[in-house]
Design a protein around this ligand. Structure first.
Ligand code: PLP
Length: 420
């Protein structure tokens, strides 16, 4: 009952009792005391296996010993300098080596700042104002992109406080639909600076691009002088060493990174072609700045994390993903449930939907009430996943096969109760 008590107190001081809307669920969120490896413990002493993992960042699980040790050493010699460091170069090189489109990089403090700056950069470079995003994609919580947005925004009314003069420059289009985009681009190509896309739509659950769709985006942007931005804040360092662009072999002009890149600390980045990146201040005239940009603590967290993410790491992690998805698939088949297990690599979700989900419109037809029953049944069994149908679940390297079996069994029990 400590969680309930804390929530009642929290509501008095924090809007909705939380600091980010996705953390809220009924009747009250569990308050966390600590995390270690694949586990979380709440303030009532309940232990969970964590498949939310901070909504994506913790690919090594909680409290990875190398990261903790290196970051502790950094803390002793300073937490922020307001001046450049050698580690920023070291990290830049590590990322440029891994991610095909990345030739230069700017570190930010969050994914939101990364997409905001990437869009400004594309506008600055092309001299055009409009951007295209996909229905249900989430690119952070700033004005440019809070139009038909995913994640927490998928379950709430459209945000107030966003000037129409801003969003008139944000066009949206259904994902995985070539004709709709062709039409939009043919009408608006003189005005479109950028198309921003999550290569895997992970903020409406987990929707993969149709075969050839990312190639199509690459072609249509190239033909029309439009900058292609891959928002890889989830897929970067998740799908493979080089993110979705390596996994699908399609190279965008700009990539935005976040979540895993900080090794559990706040951080984002935008990276891309030299001719574009050179336009950022102070080299160029597209302004971008931040007191904590390239923060030494986050940079060290990132270096210590990326150092552990080699090809073998992904082979092992993706094998765990396959193992789990097979188990879920078998359960759904044995119980003859008309629902859609989805996922790839170390990502998974189940759509409470009889139809295959390929875009936002179809995702929205999922039965969120049944999902909520499923979520609570899992929570009661010591499994912590994001409380929303429109989020993705993750596996970390700290999860054992035993943990995955426990998850598989709990999912089976939860589905029997939820999907009747
Ligand atoms: C989480 C997320 C963001 C926003 O990142 P923050 O660090 O929360 O600001 C942007 N794009 C995608 C695809 C994300 O998943």
């Amino acid at each position: 009952m400590n969680s309930k008590k804390l929530f009642n107190e929290s509501k008095k001081y924090l809007p909705g009792g939380v600091n980010s809307p996705v953390r809220s669920f009924k009747p009250y969120p569990v308050f966390i005391e600590k995390g270690y490896g694949p586990n979380l413990w709440d303030v009532d002493g309940n232990k969970y296996i964590d498949y939310c993992l901070g909504y994506g960042p913790l690919i090594l699980g909680h409290g990875n010993s190398n990261v903790v040790e290196d970051v502790c050493n950094q803390l002793k010699i300073g937490t922020t300098y307001g001046a450049p460091t050698g580690n920023e170069i070291k990290l830049a090189k590590m990322i440029i080596e891994r991610i095909p489109c990345a030739k230069m990089i700017r570190f930010t403090n969050s994914g939101t700042e990364a997409t905001m700056s990437a869009i400004r950069l594309a506008r600055g470079f092309t001299g055009k104002d409009k951007i295209v995003k996909f229905e249900g994609s989430y690119h952070g919580a700033h004005d440019y992109v809070l139009v038909k947005s995913g994640s927490g925004a998928a379950t709430l009314p459209d945000s107030l406080g966003i000037p129409k003069d801003t969003t008139k420059n944000t066009l949206s289009c259904p994902f995985n639909n070539e004709d709709a985009l062709l039409k939009l681009v043919s009408e608006e190509k003189e005005n479109i600076a950028a198309i921003i896309v999550e290569p895997v739509m992970a903020n409406i659950g987990c929707v993969e691009p149709n075969k050839g769709y990312l190639e199509f985006l690459r072609e249509i942007t190239e033909e029309n002088d439009i900058i292609l931005i891959f928002d890889e804040i989830i897929t970067g360092f998740r799908l493979s060493k080089g993110g979705a662009q390596t996994y699908y072999s399609v190279t965008p002009d700009i990539v935005t990174l976040g979540k895993i890149i900080g090794g559990g600390f706040p951080m984002g980045a935008l990276a891309g072609k030299k001719e574009l990146m050179k336009m950022l201040a102070p080299q160029g005239n597209v302004y971008q700045a931040g007191t904590f940009n390239g923060n030494p603590v986050s940079v060290q967290g990132s270096i210590s994390t990326l150092n552990q993410l080699d090809s073998e790491f992904y082979n092992n992690l993706n094998k765990k993903g396959d193992y789990l998805r097979n188990q879920i698939g078998d359960t759904v088949e044995e119980l003859d449930l008309n629902i859609q297990p989805v996922g790839l690599s170390s990502m998974f979700q189940i759509y409470f939907n009889p139809e295959k989900v390929t875009n936002y419109e179809l995702a929205k037809k999922s039965d969120v009430d049944k999902f909520s029953v499923y979520f609570h049944e899992l929570l009661n069994r010591g499994i912590y996943i994001p409380p929303s149908q429109f989020e993705c679940n993750f596996i970390s390297s700290s999860h054992s096969y035993d943990d995955l079996d426990k998850l598989g069994n709990s999912i089976e029990e939860a589905l029997k109760i939820a999907w009747k």
